[in-house]
Design a protein around this ligand. Structure first.
Ligand SMILES: [Zn+2]
Length: 461
């Protein structure tokens, strides 16, 4: 690229100086099922033109070389917990019931320095993997406005779009290991959580892709009052909300004990299933629940790697999609994944479902899974559009080298990208801002980040 930061424009040049051209790549759009050699012009955060030969229309524009690369819509990580970056891979020998309380004691009270570094470490990995945004189901105990402000500033500086879904739980003591007081202090009451959510949501900046919304932990860990407050605030502020749903068989049993019905049925009875909400996991859903979720227009976020890591089960993705449910893909937090490589989860989404049904006509292919990681995630964050690369759409774009994996024989671009995964993206743009250029992060100081992470590893703040 010829300029340091095209998003601020280029002073004193010709009429197309505020245009950035992605030139020489093969545009591959799994959402609209189209691919072809084309250049893309980006202006004011949006795609201004797309097609072969448009370069001649913008002779003075800055350029990003995409030769030998595939240009795809930016991916969205539909479910993660940023604070787990410092506990990556903390998932051997435990199911969710044991894992959660063990984790709460370790990663829920990060210092301000550690909190910021944790977020940036996760954002770095996601950006390098072609992501332009995420649902960060954000967890700190106690949750404070100070922690929210640290998170928003970190994402703002990184140029990374987010729904910061503020986690809360208020159900204290009852049946089953998933229902109980959090370690390290008494739970806030529903009204206190809701008041905090309201104050934090006022700090959202949707114009730059920074959303703040309610993130109740899940039905079995939250009172009905708290769940209703989450939906009410989401409606009032016009911002989505997010929660876990039916991740494990144990959780399902607890829901039956508490409600006399599966959790999704309970949510539907409360009127809480709607297009505003995204549901992480949804592993243990019966056909009635799937029908209710579809009818309500809620989104489900599939987390195949995390579900494998904690032995949670295989989500019924084919049945959800057949019912018309919008499904996105998430990594879940690094502690139950090992990392934040969304393309790995896309690959696992394509393959894992094949163990759930032996009918190949119901299996996800590489383009299906990739499109889910784009469109489903955008719904969950509340970003406009479904991610397709068309004129007028937000310029959320990832560029991956094909390198030695050039297409040939039986391969196609989507299989090559998803199954024979590249080591990282070449360029990434979010809302037209260049986050990664030729493999170099433009919005995160990696040297400072690594120094900070090293200091924490050695017992620093
Ligand atoms: Zn989670």
């Amino acid at each position: 690229m010829q300029t340091a930061d095209h998003a601020t424009g280029i002073e004193g040049a010709g009429p197309d100086v505020d245009v950035l051209l992605l030139v020489g790549g093969t545009v591959c759009d799994p959402v609209r099922r189209w691919s072809g050699v084309a250049d893309i012009a980006v202006r004011a955060g949006r795609i201004a033109a797309i097609g072969a030969g448009i370069r001649a229309c913008y002779p003075a524009a800055a350029t990003l070389d995409c030769g030998g690369a595939v240009v795809v819509p930016g991916l969205i990580n539909g479910h993660t917990h940023s604070t787990e970056a410092l506990g990556a891979g903390f998932c051997d020998g435990m199911r969710l019931g044991e894992w959660l309380p063990a984790l709460w004691g370790v990663l829920d009270r990060l210092s301000p320095v550690a909190l910021r570094l944790s977020l940036l470490a996760g954002a770095r990995t996601m950006i390098r993997g072609g992501c332009v945004g995420a649902v960060d189901h954000f967890r700190q105990t106690p949750m404070t406005l100070g922690a929210v402000e640290i998170a928003l500033e970190a994402y703002r500086s990184a140029g990374f779009q987010v729904l910061l879904a503020l986690m809360a739980r208020d159900r204290v003591g009852s049946d089953g290991s998933l229902v109980g007081a959090p370690t390290g202090g008494p739970a806030l009451a529903a009204a206190e959580h809701a008041a905090l959510w309201r104050a934090a949501m006022a700090r959202a900046e949707p114009a730059v892709g920074l959303m703040v919304g309610p993130g109740p932990s899940g039905p079995v860990r939250c009172s009905d009052r708290l769940l209703e407050a989450a939906d009410g605030l989401a409606a009032e502020f016009g911002i989505p909300w997010h929660l876990h749903l039916s991740e494990t068989a144990d959780e399902r049993r607890v829901a039956e004990l508490l409600y006399g019905a599966p959790a999704a049925v309970h949510l539907a009875r409360l009127g809480l299933l709607s297009p505003r909400v995204s549901l992480a996991h949804g592993v243990w859903l019966d056909p009635d629940e799937i029908a209710l979720i579809a009818e309500a227009g809620a989104t489900v976020i599939h987390n195949p790697v995390s579900n494998m890591a904690l032995g949670s089960g295989i989500a019924p993705v084919a049945r959800l999609r057949a019912a018309g449910v919008a499904v996105g893909i998430g990594t879940d937090g690094a502690a139950s994944n090992g990392g934040q490589d969304l393309l790995e989860s896309v690959k696992m989404a394509a393959f894992l479902g094949r163990l759930d049904t032996s009918d190949p006509s119901l299996w996800l292919n590489a383009q299906d899974a990739l499109a889910m990681a784009i469109s489903g995630g955008r719904r969950a964050i509340g970003l406009s559009g479904d991610g397709r690369l068309i004129v007028g759409a937000p310029a959320d774009i990832a560029v991956f080298d094909q390198g030695s994996k050039r297409l040939g024989g039986f391969a196609d671009w989507a299989r090559t990208l998803v199954y024979d995964r590249p080591h990282g993206a070449r360029h990434v743009l979010a809302r037209g801002r260049v986050l990664l250029e030729d493999g170099v992060l433009r919005t995160i100081d990696e040297t400072a980040l690594d120094a900070g992470l090293d200091a924490i590893a050695q017992g620093g703040p």
